[in-house]
Structures are given as C-alpha cells and as structure tokens.
Ligand binder design. Structure first.
Ligand code: CP3
Length: 347
C-alpha cells in the first residue's frame, strides 16, 4: 500500500480500514521528560500553562519536533473544564479540590456551562493547532476525563490509592453518586463535541480509575456513561478512543461501549485482546512506559512484537499503556517512534 499521511493513517486505523503501518503517538507526550517542556514550565505554573494559548500550543507541538510523534494531543488536563462547573481545583502536582463533593446540595450546585464560554482558551488552542498542523498533515487529538475518574477525584478531594470515600459513596449513597456521574457525563459530551467543532480529528476519553471496579460494578457505574458519551459525541466527525487503565477484566464491556478504539495498558497481551474484541473495535497501546528505559534495540523489538500481536485486530495505534513518565529518557521515546515508523519499510 502506498504511504498514507499521518492524519489518514490514524483515522483509518480508528475505523478499522487498511493502512500501510500502525500510527504512533504517546499519552502524556508533552511533559517533564522533555527539556524543552521543562524550560517553558519554569516560567509558569501548570494551570497558567494550560490557559496560556501561545505556550500551550508551543508545548503541544514539542513532541512533533523533539521526538517525531505523528499526532498532537492538545496540552491541558482532564480537570480543565471542572472550575467552570463551580468547583475550585488546584494542582499539587495532581488535582486537589478546595472542597471535596460529598452532599446532594453540592451536586445540585454543579453547573454545566457552555464550554465555549467557560474555557474559551481550550478551543483557541485547538484552532491554532489545526492551523499549525495543516501543512504537516498531522492529526489533532482532543480529550476529556471520563465521568467515573473525574468523580473519583471530586469526591475524594485528591488522588488516592484506593479512592475509599468515592467507592463507599457508591454503596452508601448510590443516588448521589449517580447524580454526580450524570452531571459529569452531560458536561463531557458538550466538551468533546465543542473540541470536535474546534478541529479535533479524534477524541480520547481517559478513564484512569474505572479499572478498580469488579466487572459487575463496572457495568453499573462506568459503562452507562461511556455508552451515553459514545452515542452523543459526533463520531461521524471524529472517532472516539476509550482508555481504561487496568481494564483487562472489563475489556468486553469497553469494546461494547460504542467507542471506535479501546486503549489498553500493558497488563494484557494485544493478541489476547484482539481475540476477545474481534472486529468490534480497534486497539491502542500498550507498552509499559517504564520499558522506554530499555536500550533502543530492545525497544525496537518490543514495538515489532506489539505490532505483530495486534495484527489480527481490525486496527492498531501504537502507544504506551499509560502516560509517559517524567523520568523517561528522551532517547527511549525517540527509539519507540522511530521503530514504529520503520514498520512500514519492512512490510
Ligand atoms: O497526553 C498529553 O500529553 C496531554 C496532556 C495531559 C495531561 N494530563 C498533562 C499533565 C493529559 C491527557 C492528562 C490526563 C490526566 N490528568 C489524567 C488521565 C490520564 C492518566 O494519566 O491517568 C489524569 C488522572 C490526570 C490528573 C493529573 N494531572 C495528575 C494525577 C497529575 C499529576 C501527576 C504528574 O504527572 O505530575 C496531573 C498534572 C499534569 N497533567 C501534568 C501534565 C503534563 C504535570 C504538570 C507539571 O508539573 O508540569
């Protein structure tokens, strides 16, 4: 097959159409492992960086020039749209709520504003990126946090090992938990559709904490919001990628969410995942981010193994199994992307 441009390659892979080789990008590809990011970050706080259109565009583009990534994810955080709902959030370095959400009155007070008014800079960043990327035919990815993961932080108040307060709420005050998830689902649908309108070629939903539930709990507390989002997001304009961290035990449920792509962490082999999902969805992933510390030859072998294992899937996007870590050697990231690009040459 003749060489596709990176946008066409990514969109075709999402939809399960033939490609010359798998596309490649990395979750958290703009971040502290890059000296160029650290230089920008020295001048501003993380929150300032997310709201500063010029700087956010600059760091979003860094992975293209610095490591050769083939997609751009706009620089932001899953908590960016939350202050617009009336919740005060800070970063230290993870998200911290000034007042954790624990009562019905707090849930009822949550606003679902038009994101174009509450976070206009997000769409300005995306429109600028689309213009910058047009000549290079590089796709732009939008994203949002999934309702379950956002709720876990909102109720707990910050990151946590087990999110016990949030999980207890599911059992002690299920109606309150459901109301909170409903509000977040409504916000997420509007937020993703506004990103698609601003030019995102595809959008990814990050559900980092959904994997901590049993399959039955996942079906009750997570899958309905994924399905509602997949049904209401304009997937004809932009495919939806669903990332469920630690989700090997709920793979079938993720494949039946209505998303176009399921993004997996490294706890499952892509060959097994491909067998289990069949032709329902494409796959994304799934190298352990720590493996980027290996020598370049080892990384090249791991990439070839991932591509081979994923070959039976209807489509595959090479990526990590979770975000790139701050300690990652830049050379390891370059080796990962170079190996992915080399897959076409030998085919
Ligand atoms: O992928 C990308 O390059 C886009 C940017 C992006 C960030 N966060 C930037 C960021 C994305 C997609 C996220 C998603 C995110 N944020 C998730 C879901 C995916 C995942 O990683 O599990 C979650 C749970 C968060 C919440 C969050 N934000 C945490 C826990 C932290 C602290 C951890 C850390 O790495 O410092 C953040 C801060 C954050 N978000 C940073 C970046 C680059 C670090 C900010 C800095 O100090 O420079």
């Amino acid at each position: 097959m003749s060489e596709l441009d990176p946008t066409e390659r990514l969109l075709r892979s999402c939809r399960g159409e033939p490609v010359d080789r798998p596309p490649v990008w990395l979750m958290r590809q703009a971040g502290r492992y890059l000296p160029a990011y650290r230089r920008v970050r020295e001048q501003v706080t993380f929150l300032e960086l997310c709201r500063d259109v010029d700087r956010a565009v600059e760091v979003s583009l860094q992975p293209i020039d610095e490591v050769g990534s083939e997609a751009v994810i706009f620089f932001s955080d899953i908590f960016t749209p939350i202050p617009g709902m009336g919740v005060e959030v800070d970063f230290a370095p993870g998200p911290v709520m000034a007042e954790p959400i624990r009562t019905a009155a707090q849930v009822e007070a949550l606003r679902v504003p038009d994101p174009r008014e509450s976070v206009p800079y997000v769409f300005e960043i995306q429109r600028t990126l689309r213009r910058e990327l047009a000549s290079r035919e590089i796709p732009l990815l939008g994203f949002a946090g999934a309702p379950f993961t956002l709720a876990a932080y909102l109720v707990e108040g910050s990151g946590s090992r087990h999110f016990g307060t949030w999980k207890r709420m599911l059992w002690q005050e299920p109606e309150l938990a459901r109301a909170l998830l409903a509000r977040l689902t409504e916000m997420t649908v509007g937020y993703l559709n506004a990103q698609i309108e601003a030019g995102a070629h595809a959008v990814q939903l990050f559900d980092t904490w959904a994997g901590m539930l049993s399959p039955a709990e996942y079906r009750e507390w997570v899958q309905p919001s994924h399905r509602e989002i997949a049904a209401k997001v304009d997937r004809s304009a932009a495919p939806l990628i669903l990332y469920v961290n630690d989700g090997a035990h709920v793979l079938e449920e993720a494949a039946e969410s209505g998303a176009d792509v399921v993004s997996l962490d490294w706890r499952i082999d892509l060959a097994e995942a491909a067998r289990r999902v069949g032709s329902r969805v494409s796959l994304q992933g799934n190298l352990d981010p720590c493996a980027l510390a290996a020598p370049p030859e080892t990384i090249a072998k791991l990439v070839a193994d991932l591509a081979r294992d994923a070959a039976p899937a209807r489509g595959h996007i090479l990526n990590l199994g979770h975000g790139c870590l701050p300690e990652t050697p830049v050379e390891g990231v370059r080796a990962f992307i170079a190996a992915a690009k080399g897959l076409g040459a030998s085919a």
